[in-house]
Write a new protein. Structure first.
Length: 299
């Protein structure tokens, strides 16, 4: 039987008595999945997983989203296609230069976001494993969007019910000054629509669905919609809804993109190595389509 230790009053738990370097049985996975649905973010310590082992465990949650070099042509990857390289090292093991496109692109990870909301079918969950960590900083923060929704005033809940936001990876990257997308990448990643609130299927709880990728509210003036999104993100990332994780080598964390946000914290990335590998599991349907496309935004 796996152990579950709560790390935050609202969400986040540490899972013990599991070895992810070995195949996970159906019975053990059932316990992990129940803890995942309840806590949204799970920490597994001392898990020196290989690429294949991380992919195998991730696949228990659903179909993996393969990585794509959206903004850089011809770059060699040091990882298999199912894993996103969120490190600061290149395929030769060297630190990325200050002006490297991949480094500049990844700085937007310091904004509060949920993975792949800019895809028509967004992400269900992500799994991040730590292979090298800097001597200080470089933490990851998580925000519980279910607890944040619960804490909204009833007037605000009524205001945002039924709203749809446009999401685009260009929106988050442009906020950090990155515009290095070629035309092929822009064509591959057109803006998509996602609901602003949803019912989390794992727990049945209502949740906000927010990200730095969210540009504006469909049917609203752009600036009015952006003010609402910014206000909701500020509300959801208050200290009572957030948890900061200090990484150790061998940590593996899985988070539920349907009801959480996260952000990377800066570190001396031109001096210290940080080798992190993320697998991302796709959801099954676009959030608007999941509701029969019945959500309609209003002025």
């Amino acid at each position: 039987m796996v152990t579950v230790k709560k790390l935050h009053p609202h969400f986040m738990a540490a899972i013990g008595d599991v070895d992810l370097t070995q195949p996970v049985s159906a019975a053990v996975f059932s316990e992990i999945e129940a803890a995942f649905n309840a806590n949204a973010v799970l920490l597994f310590r001392d898990q020196p997983v290989t690429e294949a082992q991380q992919v195998a465990f991730s696949a228990l949650f659903g179909s993996l989203i393969p990585t794509t070099n959206y903004h850089r042509e011809g770059e060699k990857s040091r990882l298999r296609r199912e894993l996103a390289d969120v490190s600061n090292i290149d395929h030769k093991g060297q630190l990325l230069a200050a002006d490297d496109d991949r480094r500049l692109h990844s700085q937007a990870n310091q904004l509060w976001h949920t993975d792949a909301s800019f895809k028509h079918v967004p992400a269900r969950c992500s799994l991040l494993s730590a292979h090298e960590v800097p001597p200080s900083s470089g933490e990851t923060e998580f925000a519980d969007l279910r607890a944040a929704y619960d804490a909204l005033r009833e007037e605000r809940k009524r205001e945002i019910e039924g709203l749809v936001a446009e999401h685009s990876i260009l929106r988050s990257r442009e906020q950090m000054g990155f515009a290095g997308y070629n035309e092929a990448a822009r064509a591959e990643l057109p803006p998509v629509q996602q609901v602003l609130t949803r019912v989390h299927p794992g727990s049945g709880r209502k949740t906000l669905y927010l990200a730095a990728h969210a540009s504006h509210i469909i049917g609203w003036p752009v600036e009015k919609g952006r003010r609402l999104i910014e206000a909701l993100i500020a509300h959801a990332t208050q200290p009572e809804f957030t948890y900061r994780h200090e990484w150790r080598v061998g940590d593996l964390i899985i988070w539920d993109n349907r009801c959480t946000m996260h952000r990377a914290r800066p570190y001396e990335d031109l001096m210290h190595r940080r080798d992190m590998r993320r697998s991302t599991v796709s959801d099954e349907i676009n959030t608007v389509e999941a509701l029969g496309g019945t959500y309609a935004s209003a002025l």
